[in-house]
Design a binder for this molecule. Structure first.
Ligand SMILES: Cc1cc2nc3c(=O)[nH]c(=O)nc-3n(C[C@H](O)[C@H](O)[C@H](O)COP(=O)(O)OP(=O)(O)OC[C@H]3O[C@@H](n4cnc5c(N)ncnc54)[C@H](O)[C@@H]3O)c2cc1C
Length: 416
């Protein structure tokens, strides 16, 4: 790169690619740097909800390619109790989702940003140059080459859940907010074209004791399925169990229709899920956090791809305004925009995450809930953040209704 771009995006996952795409679309001079090379592996369930599909459609993503597998809904298990629910009809979002390996998805979205005019540099690691707490430049390190220092006007920090670049700027995660851990692997399965993603909410160890976690199967449509397990920090005993043990227990009881081979295609890998916008500060004088670097994962369902796209897009719009007005103070509008978009939803989600951390409540919700289709269809809408605009003021009512649904006074004591 010969000179400094107006905007530098650190990280080429969903958050960075979306920010670069929308910055370039609005005429900004933007460079995205990704330390790895596409196709790069990412620990992920590879599941795209209707919200994520909408973001991708807006960026011109081609969903007709044969390796994109369409998903019509969710099949949810609590032990042997099962309910199959199609994605809801919605005025804004499609009624379908998809699966696609992240190793393919992320490079393709970065290519869309490039086609829009962004410069995409792979194999380049960004390191912040910080003086007296202020970001004054960025070192770009490429193997075997001399380090280059650039001084962009604005930096989008999209470097994922570990966010080393963000930590250099003084960002930290709120420990009182929920936090997830998950692991996934790929297995061969003759049923990989199944149109439903699947979840198991009641995982038991060999002795039949409930384990604090959940499992999923996301069919990939290519002869393989993505099987994973996760847990949230609000679950009782979460520190005493690791995600690989939950995955093993889940695999031992996996529904027969998947007919998996004994061994995965490759060793399962895991990662962290910072939730409910738990990382901050979200902005500095000349930088903003997006995606996992901001802790944007939805605590209801562990979904982070869509929220990385959404926050990347939101940040891009605000940076474009700041470039136009020449007023860096415009960046603080990003915090306000995040608050307006997600605060009410996350408040309910945090209560929900605390509630399901109580095994009795979790058990009641899953076993009683799964027997009621209307209740569960509604819960699915809430968990995937697919309420209609006029329903959104209902966030608090959702909690009250959940409380009524399980009739457990203990829920009342849980604070947001
Ligand atoms: C096991 C697991 C399963 C999951 N399943 C799902 C799912 O099915 N659906 C879903 O929606 N979400 C899922 N998530 C969450 C989802 O993976 C993340 O929320 C999402 O990847 C966040 O996107 P991001 O762009 O913020 O970060 P990332 O996707 O992590 O991208 C960050 C990028 O930055 C690059 N980078 C880091 N540091 C630097 C640097 N200094 N310089 C240059 N580049 C750098 C990295 O190489 C990486 O490519 C899952 C997470 C885990 C761990």
């Amino acid at each position: 790169m010969s000179s400094s771009p107006q905007v530098l995006v650190v990280g080429g996952g969903p958050g960075g690619a979306s920010a670069a795409f929308w910055l370039a679309r609005q005429g900004a001079d933007v460079t995205l740097v990704e330390k790895k090379r596409y196709p790069r592996e990412k620990a992920c369930g590879d599941g795209l909800t209707p919200r994520a599909v909408r973001q991708l459609v807006d960026m011109g993503f081609d969903f007709d390619r044969p390796d994109v597998h369409r998903i019509v809904g969710l099949r949810s298990y609590a032990g042997d109790v099962m309910l199959e629910m199609p994605w809801p009809e919605h005025s804004v979002y499609p009624n379908w989702g998809a699966t696609l390996r992240r190793s393919d998805l992320d490079g393709r979205v970065a290519a869309l940003a490039e086609a829009e005019g962004a410069t995409v540099l792979q194999g380049v690691e960004a390191v912040a140059v910080v003086e007296n707490g202020d970001l004054t430049g960025v070192e770009l390190r490429r193997k075997g080459e001399e380090t280059q220092v650039v001084t962009p006007q604005y930096v989008v920090v999209a470097d994922g859940s570990l966010s080393r670049f963000g930590r250099q700027l003084g960002t930290y995660r709120r420990r009182d907010y929920p936090f997830g851990l998950a692991v996934r692997g790929y297995w061969e399965s003759p049923n990989s074209t199944d149109g439903y993603i699947e979840s198991q909410l009641d995982i038991r160890d060999r002795e039949g004791r409930a384990m604090p976690g959940y499992g999923w199967v996301f069919p990939m449509g290519d002869g393989t399925i993505n099987i994973g397990a996760g847990l949230v920090s609000t679950f009782k005993g979460w520190k005493d169990v690791n995600t690989s043990r939950i995955l093993d227990a889940y695999l031992a009881e996996l529904p027969e229709h998947w007919q998996i081979a004994e061994n995965p295609i490759s060793r399962p890998i895991g990662g962290k899920l910072p939730m409910a916008l738990s990382v901050g500060p979200k902005t500095g004088r000349n930088w903003v956090l997006v995606g996992d670097a901001a802790g944007a994962v939805n605590p209801f369902n562990g979904e982070g791809i869509d929220y990385a796209y959404e926050t990347g897009r939101l940040a891009a719009g605000i940076i474009v305004d700041a470039l136009a007005t020449g007023d860096a103070a415009t960046l603080s509008r990003y915090d306000e925009a995040l608050e307006a978009e997600y605060a009410a939803y996350h408040r309910v989600a945090r209560i929900f995450a605390s509630a399901i951390g109580n095994p009795t409540i979790m058990h009641t919700l899953t076993t009683v809930g799964l027997r009621s289709r209307p209740l569960m269809e509604w819960v699915l809408k809430v968990m995937a953040n697919l309420l209609e605009p006029e329903e959104q003021g209902m966030a608090e009512h959702v909690y009250v209704a959940l409380e009524r649904a399980v009739s457990l006074p203990g829920l009342r004591r849980i604070k947001a």
